[in-house]
Design a protein around this ligand. Sequence first.
Ligand SMILES: *Cc1c(COP(=O)(O)O)cnc(C)c1O
Length: 400
Amino acid sequence: MTRPATLPAPAPALATGLGRRGPSAPELCVDLDAIAANCRLLAGRVRGDLMAVVKADGFGHGAVAVARTAVASGATWLGVTALSEGLALRDAGLRVPVLSWLNPVGADFGAAVRAGVDLAVPSVPHLAAVAAAAGDARTGPARVHLHLDTGLARDGASPEEWPALCRAARLAELDGRVQVVGVMGHLALADVGGPSANAAGRAAFERGLQVARAVGLRPRHRHLAATAATLTDPATHHTMVRVGAGLVGIDPSDSTSLRPALTLTAPVVSVRQVPAGTGVGYGHAWVASRATTLALLPVGYADGLPRAATGRAEVLLGGRRCPVVGRISMDQVVVDVGPGSPVAPGDTATVVGTGRDAAPTAAEWARWARTLEHEIVTGLGSAPLRVLRRFSPDPTWSPS
Ligand SMILES: *Cc1c(COP(=O)(O)O)cnc(C)c1O
């Protein structure tokens, strides 16, 4: 992780002071109010537990900040892929149950047991490694969730391996080495959503639960749905849902209006007048058809702007949408602000916005780049040298 985990609270002037003589560097801001609102909406759709999935550094929004906001807004569990992410949540003082579901057999499962991080177990070798790391008088049993592959051929035990995994887990339970507190699956057609898309995955999960019960397991937490199924198919909810994208305003099912949370602004470095016929950037991919004014912004694909959006991207500058012209470079883009534009060095462009003003959203950038919003927000959030300023509903809050 290239970004410091601890950041100062935003100064009020910076939180509002966009515009001329604005910030002197690109800034990625996270609207925690939006995350809180999304979390409350999602929690209102389920009767059981809501797990806030904060993998990939909270989808680029800051895992600890998103986790804290979610826990204050109805989430009762936290979920991550790698164990190290779960340990970081514990180190940050988060006390709610945490589940980590994607680890190699050689991971430090003892650390998970000591930190009270639940582990998903997708295979008999994983179970053996977890059991070996737990079950002494000091640690007590490891809390595990058996992970069934319900249709992705990805993580989780295949339906063929599942009965053996359940039997082995029951034996390890009787040994006092593990406690099977949960069973999880994941739906293949997450971006489609809706009951018909989920029918096969739902049925596979039900069969898996029957097998687990038949060998004597009594998993309290049964979880299958992610954001799309949470919003569109209550039959998938079981005792808990796991939502990540929805927290940060992405609805893969396109059924619900959620609030995006990221804003990327960049200061204008320089402005120049150019005559018709001026080629811009590498390869002169764009040539001015008229005399115009060009503004230079110090952000590019190293900051997570997809180069594939070249030729389609726009930014909000000087109160209007202006096209990004020429190829998107590693660290800079050129904007055509039009002939006679009053835009000046030091003005602030909104490159990605939350949809509250005319700035393009991450969803729009995703369309321009022919990709998913998920890839845009995680790309922006993992950029090096980024100053993250987190807006908070609570002025006394600081993301320590
Ligand atoms: C990422 C992930 C989720 C969350 O999915 P969203 O669509 O982002 O809500 C849930 N479960 C698993 C196993 C995941 O990998």
